[in-house]
Design a protein around this ligand. Structure first.
Ligand code: THU
Length: 131
């Protein structure tokens, strides 16, 4: 049975509890739905160096790819903010590396669905590396 986007949001909230955010205190959770139906979750993990921080989306993506999964349908992203939490530029680029997918956000209890290609138009991809 295909997982619903509502359930994916719920799984992202569960992952958010593990966020390590002593600096920003801004907790984020992500749940990445693979084409196989498997779900990889992630949270943000910060560092005293600040710049080494890993976003929740990339944590989920790196978990998936490091386990041999490279094809995805959707990613849910949540935080404690009342506003929907959109993926940062680095995460948009990194997710696009593995193709387009639905980006599911929570706007005060309602789902917002975007296509990644809508959030990162004219993206630079492997196909552009021809010389
Ligand atoms: N963050 C994410 O994990 N994902 C996003 O989409 C936006 C930002 C994290 C990075 C940092 O730990 C904190 O949120 C504040 O920027």
């Amino acid at each position: 049975m295909e997982i619903t986007y509502e359930k994916l949001i719920e799984m992202a909230y569960e992952a958010m509890q593990f966020a390590y955010t002593p600096y920003s205190k801004f907790n984020v959770g992500a749940a990445l739905l693979a084409s196989t139906g498997d779900v990889y979750t992630g949270c943000n993990i910060e560092s005293a160096s600040y710049g080494a921080t890993n976003c929740a989306e990339r944590t989920a993506l790196f978990k998936a790819v490091s386990e041999g999964c490279r094809s995805f349908k959707a990613i849910a992203i949540v935080s404690e903010s009342k506003l929907p939490t959109y993926p940062c530029g680095i995460c948009r680029q990194m997710l696009m590396e593995f193709g387009d997918l639905d980006v599911i956000l929570d706007r005060g209890g309602s789902l917002v669905v975007h296509r990644l290609s809508e959030l990162l138009p004219h993206s630079f991809t492997q196909a552009d590396l021809q010389i």
